[in-house]
Design a protein around this ligand. Structure first.
Ligand code: HEM
Length: 481
């Protein structure tokens, strides 16, 4: 038997080697003929992945990116995540990539993300299924629902967090921001109430889960990925139980429950149970990590910019005065629309903090851009952070300057380059909710407290953005408001 195998091997090996030789030769020959963007391939197998992902301050692009842009320009080639990759720090190319989603390029996240978020997750789905899930999410966060339902909910959850802070106490602002956004999403997705043991248990489970989303997909006991997969099962069990309860209750549904996404998806969509589970899980993920980090970054940047806090306080005192005159207990949509300087603070926070630094795409067809060939099958990364910190677009790009959004001299260039929520057919489905959350939270924060850093801290891109020490702050209540 083994003799036979050896003979077979001898028979097949030479043609296989010849085929391999031609494959390598043809690939090289094709590459030589193509005008690929400048760059290199880095180390065997891993390429430049580790250098690219090396943690760096969130308000910078990191040394790897800086050096590569200086050496090769804003579009360069590399080898990242095990694939030949084009990296783009070019505003025009980034926009072109996102707007041609499904035609020339397609969303393509590493297998670790798909494994953890699930094969039906909206972030990894493409085509028809993505469109259906996107429609459900957009309906759920429609303008009408934002005004009528989500605004009061956001305010209620803001006050729950802010009223739990004790005078002169020190705590992690990042943790508080995460609690706020998680509880808001859990309530609106599945009608889970803050502070209840099952909500708190789910939140803690989610922290382990999150660590796996960004870890290497090594599935054996003890790894972050393995633990995250376990957390995924535990989280799904909770969501599944909620779903079963809901199906039972469908006939005698209360008014409040019919407002949540779970009820909506069960009633209005043709999705299977498995698909709804992954949809809810990924919305919990997309809607919680990003906006909480944006909020923590705003608290951090504002602490270093007392002039902006003073201006915010003036804006929000005026809004509070008008609300009082009306005799309203809470904010209404007109109040929110008046938060103009607040929107500048939010924009500047997203520009400088870059919560989502880049997105993953693959090339579906050979593309030519600015004379460069971008080959089909390659990975391509539009890096928003590099554009947002580009000195040729933003003056003093590393400084926190919310006023730049009031009087921009190069308004058109800025408008075309500012993409914190991505763009095209996959533009963030929760961008309006995220802005609302931040604005309402900042409203009550500046009216109720002053704050200072209890310990020096800095946000780092790991590449997910996080404060090393959790952003410890000390607060003092303002009694005059
Ligand atoms: C400041 C906060 C936020 C930032 C910076 C942000 C950023 C982004 C970005 C850049 C994308 C595009 C990903 C890609 O193209 O591959 C995205 C997608 C998405 N975001 Fe957000 N996001 C934020 C808040 C939220 C919130 C509060 C929700 C609410 C649930 C949400 C839900 C989603 C969903 C569902 C998608 C997928 C859209 C699709 O594929 O069609 N995001 N977000």
């Amino acid at each position: 038997m083994s003799m036979l195998m050896a003979e077979e091997l001898l028979f097949f090996l030479p043609p296989a080697l010849v085929a391999l030789f031609f494959y390598v030769y043809l690939t090289k020959w094709r590459r030589k003929r193509l005008n690929l963007p400048p760059g290199g391939t880095g180390w065997p197998f891993v390429g430049d992945t580790f250098a690219y992902l090396k943690p760096h301050p969130a308000t910078t692009v990191g040394r790897f990116m800086e050096q590569h842009i200086a050496r090769h320009g804003k579009i360069y080639r590399s080898n990242l995540f095990g694939e030949p990759t084009i990296v783009s720090a070019d505003a025009g190319l980034n926009r072109f990539i996102l707007q041609n989603e499904g035609k020339l390029f397609e969303c393509s996240y590493p297998s670790s993300i798909g494994g953890i978020l699930g094969k039906w997750s909206m972030l990894v789905q493409v085509g028809e299924m993505h469109r259906e899930m996107r429609m459900i999410s957009l309906n759920f966060m429609s303008n009408l629902r934002l005004r009528s339902h989500l605004l009061p909910e956001v305010e209620r959850h803001t006050l729950l967090v802010l009223r739990s802070w004790r005078e002169s106490s020190t705590f992690s602002a990042q943790e508080e921001a995460k609690k706020f956004t998680f509880n808001l999403m859990a309530k609106n997705i599945m009608s889970m109430n803050p502070r209840e043991p099952e909500t708190e248990k789910l939140r803690l489970e989610y922290i382990t889960f999150m660590k796996g989303v960004v870890s290497a997909p090594l599935n054996f006991p003890g790894t972050a990925y393995w633990r995250a997969l376990k957390s995924r099962s535990n989280i799904l069990r909770v969501i599944e139980q909620k779903m079963e309860e809901r199906i039972q209750e469908m006939t005698s549904e209360t008014e409040e429950r019919s407002e949540d996404l779970l009820g909506w998806a069960l009633k209005q969509s043709n999705l299977s149970k498995e698909q709804i589970l992954d949809l809810l899980l990924s919305l919990l993920f997309a809607g919680h990590e990003t906006s909480s980090m944006a909020l923590a970054l705003a608290i951090f940047f504002l602490e270093g910019c007392p002039k902006a806090v003073r201006q915010l306080r003036i804006e929000h005192r005026e809004i509070a005065r008008k609300r009082k005159q009306r005799g309203d207990a809470g904010l209404n949509w007109e109040d929110y629309r008046r938060m103009e300087f607040t929107q500048c603070v939010i924009n500047e926070t997203l520009r400088l903090g870059n919560v989502v630094r880049f997105v993953h795409r693959k090339v579906l067809k050979d593309v030519e851009y600015q004379g460069y060939n971008i080959p089909c099958g390659w990975k391509i990364l539009p890096v928003f952070a590099a554009v947002h910190l580009d000195p040729s677009i933003y003056d003093d790009p590393h400084g926190f300057n919310p006023w730049r959004w009031q009087q921009s001299n190069n308004a058109a260039a800025v408008a075309n380059s500012f993409m914190p929520y991505g763009g095209g057919p996959r533009l963030c489905a929760g961008s309006e909710l995220a802005k609302l959350e931040m604005a309402v939270f900042l409203h009550h924060l500046v009216l109720s407290y002053t704050w200072e850093l209890a310990e020096a801290d800095q946000a780092f891109a790991f590449p997910f953005v996080e404060f090393r020490r959790g952003l410890p702050i000390r607060v003092h209540a303002l009694h005059d408001t």
